[in-house]
Design a protein around this ligand. Structure first.
Ligand code: NI
Ligand code: MN
Length: 226
């Protein structure tokens, strides 16, 4: 599979059979180097309800005819707006034509338009994708948690982990997360989008290497083969 980073927590994953976009946030994403109009996708995977993860989901679903895969409440929300959706929940896996998707635990919140009347958008999730004989784990927005040891039993090739701090794990906890997940390599995400989550990704990579972990820092727009 081919993995392309688009800044924040947005990745495009091209498998042999389908094009996936995870946490589509291009419109309003200061780190994005492409616009949502430039994306072609068959499936849209969403980790939780916050706008910096769902932003372009509906527009992409409508323009590309893509299916939104997310927790049950997010799926129902977009289905009510006319999108094709597939609702799941943590611990559940499903075999899609391109491969297997399993939602995992994540410790965070999940809502839309969180003013006086935030919309409940189900529980936050991580996402395991198994396709082309490879396993990708997108941790979503999350704190460090011990059950990452269980998620690591899937035999992860690439782990996409937040390092921004404030809203999610910071770099120190993210290194411990790699101790639990044991991926072949990791890619940091959810950092430097805004000053509040500014981080030194190279310093994170060096710290992770000291603990025996390989980290590939991707710049926005950069791809690699998994
Ligand atoms: Ni969030
Ligand atoms: Mn976020």
């Amino acid at each position: 599979m081919r993995l392309t980073y688009h800044g924040h927590s947005c990745f495009v994953v091209e498998t042999a059979d389908a094009r996936l976009i995870i946490d589509p946030f291009l419109t309003g994403n200061p780190a994005a180097t492409i616009t949502a109009d430039a994306v072609a996708c068959d499936y849209i995977l969403v980790s939780h309800g916050h706008e910096d993860h769902t932003g372009d989901a509906l527009a992409l679903a409508q323009r590309c005819g893509a299916t939104i895969i997310a927790n049950f409440e997010i799926a129902e929300y977009y289905a009510a707006k006319g999108a094709k959706t597939h609702g799941m929940n943590p611990g559940g896996a499903f075999a899609f034509p391109f491969g297997r998707v399993k939602l995992t635990l994540a410790h965070h919140s999940s809502s839309l338009e969180a003013g006086l009347n935030p919309l409940y958008m189900g529980v936050p999730c991580g996402i395991l994708v198994q396709a082309d004989g490879k396993t990708l784990y997108h941790a979503g927005d999350t704190a460090l948690f011990m059950d990452m040891q269980l998620i690591g039993r899937a035999g992860i090739d690439v782990a996409l982990v937040p390092i921004g701090d404030n809203f999610t794990m910071g770099p120190e906890d993210a290194v411990t997360a790699l101790d639990f997940l044991r991926p072949k390599f990791a890619v940091p995400m959810h950092y430097n989008t805004w000053p509040m989550i500014a981080q030194d990704a190279a310093a994170f990579a060096a710290r992770a290497l000291h603990s025996g972990h390989t980290v590939n820092v991707l710049t926005s727009g950069q791809s690699l083969l998994v």
